[in-house]
Design a protein around this ligand. Structure first.
Ligand code: NAI
Length: 462
């Protein structure tokens, strides 16, 4: 029976990063993945392909809707070659998943291809194409990720009525696309198809979009996305969706059914714990179907750990990566830690929306006194030069200590700009620290500096 120091189930961003770190730390490491390509949902059918399409569709939209001509670049007859756009996306994915395979080789990680499951204490079995293989390991890490969630009444056919995976490969631009759920996936993929010419209607159960994000930022996002053509119906309780020939019908409580060409269901994801053999070691899930873990990612069963979407916390690739590293370092060194206050969230619409730390609502709810500094992109030289003047940076700092508690950005390249705020929070910086640090001119990063000055009412350029 093959024996390894550590076996990781799942090769998504949590699992593959954990595997590489374990190998770096000298453990004989194996990773089990049932898909041919490594990288998990994120690389294959999530973050990466969606970003490839967001980039391509934004270029198309700039050409068609005047963004380019504002720069004096007047395109001729702009054509959409959707097949080529989808092919480029697939090429980006292929390159990156092969890159992970290369990293496995470099780090001498043993890869098992097939469905893996626990098979008793210290044992995992893998259903490979050559038959079942039993593996023994001292440490087992569950990193099996999540799968798409659906709603009662949705007749999922994986074609006209489907989720994000389907929406990454529609063979033609739908005339009318109904998106159920105004979260990350709904807004990102809704934006892609809207830019490519679809009429996109977003149905959201709550009375706001992007739940969990700072509400001032979410309101601005709704305003800007509406201007781009997305139609929002808030407070819409979807009761069903089904395909009828080459059309679909979506039913919403209290309003007329909506006919459309395709339906994207993006109402969240749920932990992937199917057929994991948890019973074989007596591991029980928590009330929300997640694998329970302590601060060191240990499940109640000795030698079994879990990280990423399958445990508590936001379902984000970079959160899973942090946990993968901390879990393995904890196993080897006895110490490993994730600072959940400094995990950013980014929605890659245009403009991007990025946030880290506490929202204004959370601070108000907790009764924490704070000061707020806000600075618009419109007053920044680089934003003007880029023709990207929508949005703002908002910094929330403790009223007495000035410690930065939350940073929320809506604007071009917010996803890159948030990194500075993450470092500030990680190091317990004050808004004064950010304001006094030199920021290159002219850059969008200066908006962060100005927002930090604005906390104390002394922004320079406004
Ligand atoms: P989400 O949790 O972000 O949003 C789901 C939305 O659906 C919520 O606004 C919710 O109120 C709404 N909803 C729930 N039931 C509904 C109903 N019956 N009718 C209408 N609306 C309803 O989930 P999403 O967008 O599916 O994303 C899944 C996961 O993937 C999230 O955890 C997200 O963090 C992650 N993700 C992250 C991305 C990023 O970091 N850029 C990109 C894509 C996904």
């Amino acid at each position: 029976m093959p024996t390894h120091d550590i076996v990781i189930l799942g090769a998504g961003p949590g699992g593959y990063v954990a595997a590489i770190r374990a190998a770096q730390l000298g453990l004989d490491t194996a990773c089990i993945e049932e898909e041919k390509a490594l990288g998990g949902t994120c690389l294959r059918v999530g973050c990466i392909p969606s970003k490839a399409l967001l980039e391509s569709s934004e270029l198309y939209s700039e050409a068609v809707h005047g963004g380019l001509s504002d720069h004096g670049v007047v395109p001729g007859d702009v054509q959409l070659d959707l097949a080529k756009m989808l092919k480029r996306k697939d090429k980006v994915v292929k390159g990156l998943t092969q890159g992970v395979a290369g990293l496995f080789k470099k780090n001498k990680i043993t890869r098992y291809e097939g469905h893996g499951k626990l098979a008793g204490p210290g044992k995992v079995s893998v259903e490979t194409s050559d038959g079942p293989v039993e593996i023994e390991a001292k440490h087992i890490v569950l990193a099996t990720g999540s799968k798409v969630a659906t709603l009662p009444g949705i007749e999922w056919d994986g074609d006209r009525v489907g989720g994000s995976t389907e929406a990454l490969s529609y063979p033609e631009v739908p005339k009318k696309l109904v998106v159920i759920g105004a979260g990350y996936i709904g807004l990102e993929l809704g934006s892609v198809w809207s830019r490519l010419g679809a009429e996109v209607i977003v149905l959201e159960y709550l009375n706001r979009i992007l739940p969990g994000m700072d509400s001032e930022v979410a309101k601005e996002a709704q305003k800007l996305l509406t201007k781009q053509g997305l139609k929002f119906q808030l407070g819409a309780k979807v009761t069903g969706a089904r395909a009828e020939g080459d059309k679909c019908v979506v039913t919403v409580e209290g309003s007329d059914p909506i006919e459309c060409d395709r339906v994207l269901v993006s109402v969240g994801r749920k932990p992937n714990t199917d057929d994991l053999g948890l019973d074989s070691i007596g591991l029980e899930l928590d009330e929300r179907g997640r694998v329970p873990v302590d601060d060191h990612f240990r499940t109640p069963v000795e030698g079994v750990y879990a990280i990423g979407d399958v445990i508590r916390g936001p379902m984000l690739a970079h959160k899973a990566e942090e946990e993968g590293v901390a879990c393995v370092e904890g196993i080897v060194t006895g110490y490993g830690h994730v600072n959940y206050d400094a995990i950013p969230g980014v929605c890659y619409t245009h403009p991007e929306i990025a946030s880290v730390g506490k929202t204004e609502e959370q601070l108000q709810e907790a009764g924490i006194p704070y000061r707020k500094g806000k600075f618009p992109f419109l007053a920044n030289g680089r934003a003007k030069a880029l023709n990207q003047t929508d949005g703002f940076v908002k910094i929330l700092a403790h009223e007495e200590t000035d410690r930065v508690l939350g940073v929320h950005i809506i604007g071009a390249r917010a996803g890159d700009m948030i990194a500075e705020a993450v470092v500030a929070i990680e190091y317990g910086a004050s808004s004064e620290d950010i304001a006094r640090a030199s920021h290159a001119h002219p850059t969008l990063a200066e908006i962060v500096k100005e927002a930090a000055f604005a906390v104390d009412g002394r922004a320079i350029h406004i």
